[in-house]
Design a protein around this ligand. Sequence first.
Ligand code: PRP
Length: 222
Amino acid sequence: MSDKQQMLTVAMPKGRIFSETVELFRSAGIPLPADFSESSRKLIIPLEEAGFTFFLAKPTDVPTYVEYGVADIGIVGKDVLMEEERNVYELLDLSIGQCRMCVAGPPHTLGDPFSRVATKYPRTASRYFRGQGQQVEVIKLNGSVELAPLIGLAERIVDIVSTGRTLKENGLVEEETITTITSRLIANRASYRMKAERIDQLCRQVREVVEGSEQYDTAVDK
Ligand code: PRP
């Protein structure tokens, strides 16, 4: 790759979708090295031959890097995208990191009115309850949200549920599903114009893998 202009910088999220994302990109033909690990201290991985630079980021920061153009491309959950409201292009649903965003609480209180909700997603939760015509106080937490109803900080939580194990282990149950969540490929708006060919090419490669595995899933289901 001689043309520096056409290098693509990709922000990869650490955490729950990291392994699936790496696998997807490898299947799409991007030669990510075998030692590319989220626990690596090295945060920037140049793949000069292939024309990519990958960097490891906290998932909630991925849309920020992409909006500011320090990453041309990013991979991020729809939950983060909805919450961060960054000015980026959403290019592709990657069908990985599937989970749902729910309202949950202690089983004996379901159906009761409530006034306080704890969440890592205050904007999304506020929008949801406003849309339902429900007046609630939304309290922002940064993690371990399931604690809130157990210790009396809030009567409900809004959080993502994947296997349902965390809720179960804390004696909580889902009350309502707000939306289903998957991971998305996003792009910086200017990059999408200036590097259209390369970004389209990457999208095509990734889409082929996503659609291929969806067909496979359907075949297995039948
Ligand atoms: C997420 C989410 C739930 C849990 C759900 O937290 O906030 O707590 O995972 O997954 P499960 O349904 O498979 O149990 P995360 O692991 O990101 O950690 P955090 O609570 O520190 O944010």
